[in-house]
Design a protein around this ligand. Structure first.
Ligand SMILES: *[C@@H]1O[C@H](CO)[C@@H](O)[C@H](O)[C@H]1NC(C)=O
Ligand SMILES: *[C@@H]1O[C@H](CO)[C@@H](O)[C@H](O)[C@H]1NC(C)=O
Ligand SMILES: *[C@@H]1O[C@H](CO)[C@@H](O)[C@H](O)[C@H]1NC(C)=O
Length: 518
């Protein structure tokens, strides 16, 4: 835990340089402001929440004794004068253990009893709003609530038909190797055990530390034992008044097991309202202004300590949004809403499935920043090595053939996924240009032009429809360890920020705030 100073120093240095660069190159000479509630994760009073999802981003069934799989650790650091005039700090929590223990059927404190939700899926969504209310911080142009730790269990019991197929009712089918369920029917899609260490000050009153950890093996005697799946996220920060204090550092671990070979762990900055990527309920989050392509940037400092094996799809930046194939924004109709994802996988062991002999795994074209477009059949110029895989939405009626359709079951709605690999073509957006960059042994502070990149990427739309607004309600970093037993990943993340043009703040000051603020 004491090995961060070097990377934090890089973060501080790059911060100054980057601000200049952005102001120089920003469109129309305008400035940039942070779109997140806690720019760079520097605020003493932390706001962090966690959520656990089954294969199709629902609850399905609560884990015994664990409550609904949503929780939060939100506090303010209050200062008073000690005996000798020295500052004395106190951590004042906004969320109680009783709040975190709430489970389907429990009334929310202060809410009328007739408002009680008994459906476990809907209850988790309602609990997120309740926790958001406790954690909310007033701000401009909108209040914000928390960073979100997301856990997802990749097991799918295909015989149970719990997860819809492209947003429509599914029928049961026999288990295939693509969808693991090692525990057997009815015993593989459970929610994890979650143990929470509430944030506290150390004895010297200098460091704030907290965390959560757990396992998916519900009968595990010792989650840390190595034989079972395991995850942990710990956060720590030196109180701001200490000389040289940095921001929060989030330390993550994720380990798969025989019974739970496919697991995900991310730290997300989700929109403070509306649907965020992959979710069809109103959510709470940290992103108070939703960034829109092409004009926004993301800063993050990442140190990968253990990669998680050859199948660890470590996402340096994972972005999630939602729009319909005709370009309209999503409205909660899971049959026509389409979740759109793109992420760069920085694990150097991840191969490019997209290649000249497999153009069904490539997007139809690649677009350079200058607008030049290269078709995937142009073997001399198409950058095959820049793409791990592309898959079309299951409901894309006019997808360019040949194509591979995305997994129909792992989201509440159809999805489209474009996965990138480090390659020279991404250099013009500040992304890794060679395998190994940002990986184990190469901690870095990144400033990614996610806005320009996400504008250039291919996403499907029905022919002749107006281009969708690409608004990224979820931006996150973490790993998806795909079917492998006993693989372990470990990383730290700090300094996360999203920068957007300051037009919204300006228009608010001038009293002309409209569309640009939300
Ligand atoms: C709950 O009860 C209150 C009054 O006690 C009533 O105004 C409200 O409509 C009820 N809500 C529902 C969902 O039944
Ligand atoms: C939780 O607290 C215990 C006791 O202080 C400590 O041993 C453990 O490492 C902590 N774990 C996490 C994940 O915070
Ligand atoms: C656009 O950029 C690509 C890649 O750098 C280059 O090959 C191409 O010639 C450029 N096109 C124009 C019109 O400048």
């Amino acid at each position: 835990m004491a090995v961060w100073p070097a990377s934090l120093l890089i973060a501080v240095l790059s911060f100054c340089e980057a601000v200049r660069a952005i102001r120089t190159h920003g469109g129309g000479g305008g400035g940039y402001v942070s779109a997140v509630g806690d720019p760079g994760m520097r605020r003493d009073g932390l706001r962090v929440a966690w959520e656990a999802w089954n294969f199709c981003n629902e609850v399905g069934q609560e884990a015994p004794g664990m409550g609904s799989p949503r929780g939060a650790d939100c506090f303010d650091l209050e200062t008073s004068a000690g005996e000798h005039g020295q500052p004395v700090y106190e951590v004042v929590h906004r969320v109680t253990d009783a709040d975190n223990d709430l489970r389907a059927g429990n009334p929310f404190p202060g809410a009328p009893a007739n408002a009680t939700v008994t459906d476990v899926d809907r209850y988790a969504a309602a609990k997120e709003l309740y926790l958001g209310g406790l954690c909310q911080v007033p701000d401009n142009p909108a209040p914000w609530q928390f960073w979100m730790v997301m856990l997802k269990n990749g097991n799918l019991d295909t015989t149970a038909a719990i997860c819809p197929e492209n947003g429509r009712r599914a029928r049961p089918f026999p288990q295939t190797s693509r969808f693991p369920c090692p525990g057997g029917a009815g015993r593989c899609m459970n929610q994890p055990l979650v143990f929470h260490n509430r944030t506290a000050l150390d004895d010297a009153g200098r460091w704030l530390r907290g965390g959560l950890f757990g396992t998916y093996e519900l009968d595990a005697a010792d989650p840390g034992s190595g034989d079972v799946s395991y995850y942990s996220v710990t956060w720590e920060k030196e109180v701001a008044a200490s000389a040289g204090a940095g921001g929060w550092a989030f330390h993550h671990k994720l380990r798969t097991s025989n019974e739970y070979p496919w697991l995900m762990l991310y730290l997300r900055s989700d929109a403070t309202r509306g649907f965020s990527g992959g979710y069809h309920y109103d959510t709470r989050g940290m992103t108070k202004q939703v960034p829109e392509s092409p004009d926004f940037k993301v800063r993050v400092t990442l140190e990968v300590k253990q990669g998680g094996g050859p199948n660890s799809q470590f996402y340096l930046m994972d972005m999630g949004s939602c729009w319909k194939n005709d370009g309209r924004p999503c409205d909660g109709d899971a049959a026509t809403d389409v979740t759109r994802y793109s992420e760069m996988i920085i694990n150097p062991e991840t191969p490019a499935w997209c290649r000249p002999s497999r153009i069904d795994q490539c997007p139809p074209w690649h677009t350079f920043r200058n607008g030049t477009r290269v078709h995937r059949t142009d073997a001399a110029r198409f950058p095959y090595g820049a793409y791990h895989v592309y898959c079309s939405p299951g409901n894309a009626r006019r997808a360019e053939q040949p194509t591979t359709y995305c997994d129909a079951y792992s989201n509440p709605q159809p999805q489209e996924i474009l996965q990138l690999l480090p390659h020279p073509v991404w250099g013009e957006f500040g992304y890794p240009t060679a395998k190994g960059q940002g990986w184990v042994g190469d901690p870095r502070a990144w400033e990614l032009d996610v806005g320009a990149l996400s504008q250039a990427l291919y996403f499907y739309q029905d022919p002749g429809t107006p281009a969708a607004r690409r608004r990224w309600t979820s931006l996150d970093v973490g790993t998806e360890i795909y079917v492998s037993e006993n693989a372990e990943a470990e990383w730290t993340l700090s300094g996360f920020d999203i920068l957007v043009p300051d037009t919204c703040i300006k228009s608010q000051q001038e009293g002309t705030a409209g569309n640009s603020c939300w």
